[in-house]
Design a protein around this ligand. Structure first.
Ligand code: FES
Length: 120
């Protein structure tokens, strides 16, 4: 059994969790809509260089989530460190959210469905 290699020193600016194709389909009953949102998110993160370890401010992580415990108005995109969850995240909305919130640091208030806080 080999020992895993642990890489340290890569800063993370944001972590994006998208509930797009959940197994119970509670928030997003249309899997095609969610799949298109996920494809767009992956493409944008790559095309905009957000995964580049040399990016000032850190990289952007993205993962597909099976449920974010909101279960309505999907697809749902939760963004840390702000703890902001957006609803109705179509492929078109993904693009605006990435450009305005993740890159521009200006959340889009009209699409926010929930805010989470990390307990201190
Ligand atoms: S199924 Fe998407 S948030 Fe629960």
């Amino acid at each position: 059994m080999s020992t895993p290699t642990i890489t340290t020193g890569i800063g993370v600016s944001h972590h994006l969790l998208l509930c797009a194709t959940p197994s119970k389909a509670l928030c997003c009953p249309n899997p095609e809509l969610g799949a298109a949102s996920w494809d767009t998110l992956k493409r944008l993160v790559r095309e905009l260089g957000l995964e580049d370890p040399a990016r000032p401010g850190g990289i952007v992580l993205r993962n597909k989530a099976d449920c974010l415990r909101i279960c309505a108005d999907g697809p749902v995109l939760l963004i840390w460190p702000e703890g902001i969850a957006y609803g109705g995240v179509t492929a078109e909305r993904v693009e605006r959210i990435v450009r305005e919130h993740v890159i521009g640091a200006k959340p889009i208030e009209d699409w926010i469905v929930k805010r989470f806080n990390l307990a201190s």
